[in-house]
Design a protein around this ligand. Sequence first.
Ligand SMILES: NC(=O)c1ccc[n+]([C@@H]2O[C@H](COP(=O)([O-])OP(=O)(O)OC[C@H]3O[C@@H](n4cnc5c(N)ncnc54)[C@H](O)[C@@H]3O)[C@@H](O)[C@H]2O)c1
Length: 442
Amino acid sequence: MIAAPRHQMMSLAIQPCVMSRGSAVQAVVSPSQGEMGTAHSSGAGTRVMIIGGDGYCGWATALHLSARGYKVAIVDNLVRRTFDLQLGMDTLTPISSIHDRVKKWAEVSGNHIDLMVGDICDWDFLEQSMESFRPEAVVHFGEQRSAPYSMIDRTRAVYTQHNNVIGTINVLYAIKEICPDCHLVKLGTMGEYGTPNIDIEEGYITIEHNGRTDTLPYPKQGGSFYHLSKVHDSHNIFFASKAWDIACTDLNQGVVYGVRTEETMADPALINRYDYDGIFGTALNRFVVQAAVGHPLTVYGKGGQTRGFLDIRDTVRCVQIAIDNPANKGEMRVFNQFTEQFSVNDLTKIISTEGAKLGLDVNIVSVPNPRVEKEEHYYNAKCTKLRDLGLEPHLLSDGLIDSLLTFALEHKDRVNMDLIKPAVNWKKSGVVDAMTNAAVSK
Ligand SMILES: NC(=O)c1ccc[n+]([C@@H]2O[C@H](COP(=O)([O-])OP(=O)(O)OC[C@H]3O[C@@H](n4cnc5c(N)ncnc54)[C@H](O)[C@@H]3O)[C@@H](O)[C@H]2O)c1
């Protein structure tokens, strides 16, 4: 195990603030040229700012909404791409620059997406972006979203909490001061709840205590400094929605899997990122790549860890549903955004069965758990509100695993085997050697 050297810590500390400001890309193409921009929705015309729109969920969502007639602006400081450069990692898929992405989207769809490159922790940049675009809804994906990244060392823990908590406070102030009627759709995570030994409700729980009853925010038990940053966000949003009469929806999202959406597959230059490494790769995406390259599926400890999961095609749809059915002003509405629950052992069984059908010899290995978490526990989380509003889930059927495996096989030449092992231990500082030989000296 090694610690990040001082010079890298310094660059991390200043890095989020040095991006260029508000460089709008005007990729103008006649609407009649496009074929992807025709699936109109009742929300068509709504002005939606997507913070973190160059990321995994944000890019797919930006295109999904743009294709349906929403007026979309992407705000992103491209820090996710910088993490890859710093840690010697790369996405499985060869993604284009954000500038090429929006230009290509204009050609393919005929729809223009505004692009503002900058950091939402920089108030002047955010203020200028909000004033120029005047959104009716802000979808906030723009956070450091990896639990392992936040646990690498003190610098990354502090960076994660600063970036996420301050960024969200800035967004709340920007809505209050510039667009008070704007609806905030904020991505939280199911990981905020932890794994309590009772059912997990959607945001709030009614408690009777000493003869009195109240409905209160559901208790939160984040399992990393990343998860705790989301808990702090939720508390700040809860307070600000009431204090300033803002409409907010907190989407407690489960683990997202998959990479294909109709729009991101419309052209190679639109392809989405796919993280499979031990820091940013999420469980199912990671296992699929391990199976494709013949690496044993690395189960952390006993593998009884159970979580909520959803297909990226449902992520984009859930966000659209939240925008089309806004929260009331002064309300922080909470939806649990996942469609199915699986334990890690459930996932490995599904992948080894489906892998065998494709001729893959899938082995499973238990490795010491680098995290501090329960490996066997009760888990029953509610997720009915988005379905009540019209979500029709894509479930993890055999067919889907098949297509995920096939996708990973198509790109397997790009896999760096060093990146697919667990890389960060919750109790130690630093990243394991193999992950970082490109970027972090010993
Ligand atoms: N991917 C999942 O499985 C998952 C699960 C639950 C919740 N979420 C939440 O969804 C959101 C998006 O996740 P993702 O997987 O797309 O992450 P991602 O890292 O791929 O995308 C996040 C984007 O936000 C940008 N960003 C980060 N900080 C910023 C800042 N200060 N200013 C401007 N842009 C900034 C990054 O450059 C990146 O493009 C996150 O808030 C995450 O916590 C994701």
